[in-house]
Design a protein around this ligand. Sequence first.
Ligand SMILES: [Fe+2]
Length: 323
Amino acid sequence: MKQETVRYRLARRVRSLPAETVSRLLGMPRISRRLNEAYETARASYRPRLPKLPALDMEIVAGLEKNGVHITSLDELRLPGTQALWTSATEIANTYSLRASAGEFAGEYTVRVGADDLMRHPHIVGWPLQDRILDIVETYLGLPSAYGTLNFLYTLADGRQVAARRWHRDLEDRRMVKVVVYLHEVDMDAGPLEILHCSFPGSDALDGSNFPILTQEMLEQRLGTTLNSGDVTTCTGKAGTVIFTDVARRYHRGRPAIARDRCALFYNFFSRAPLRPFFCERHVFSPGQIRELAADQSARARDCMLWRSNVPLLARLVPSARL
Ligand SMILES: [Fe+2]
């Protein structure tokens, strides 16, 4: 993602207008109340069908409920397919690191690994589509889950507070689970994910079609004080750290990296009938590639990947606001 030109920003704004307009409508009190009632009814009726989780996985759900985040590791999770994931993902990460050193990404702040690279490694995309992860996600969401695929991000250590490095909330749904895998050690200076634990005036209300997006300085201005260490979980960790976090209910950001570039996998989950489906397809794949990736999966995983066919027709008519 390059520093955007005015023309590019304008074109993106025009493309996003229908989605933003509907997002505003959904925020209107009467509409929002009706939708919330239907959502709570759906959660209540799905409750008896929720899976029974092993102890570690219950801890992850408890962490999400209590703090909006739980930090674990690939070693602790011991999931099938982890070695293949690690080999391929670190190989791609090393390639991007070499390209960055050669100056190929000058002027960009974050580079997304492209669809062509990922289509050659479908096991990276499909890794979290296993019963244990889906059970964790569904228990936390309280509803059948949808898989919004992943963003495989290479973030340059330029210290800039731009895009997802500003404090924000994701908009796609009421509850979401992002599963983040660090591909190398991430310390304070290498862009760790940060989750905010305090609220502030306006943190629960849409400002137009989105929640306010804030720099560190703007956030502290709203809080009326500087952030204390207990107000934020800074997710530093070794290579292979796995973070489960709800990016919809919690303000969060990627702390701007200043010393070392960061490479990580961001897997996205939301409910199968998300509140704002038109914000959900912020990934690199075409619809045809999604169908291709889903074809080899189990029936449960396929339903998660092809969630869009479950969305009511009216909502499907709103064009997706892509990144
Ligand atoms: Fe986010």
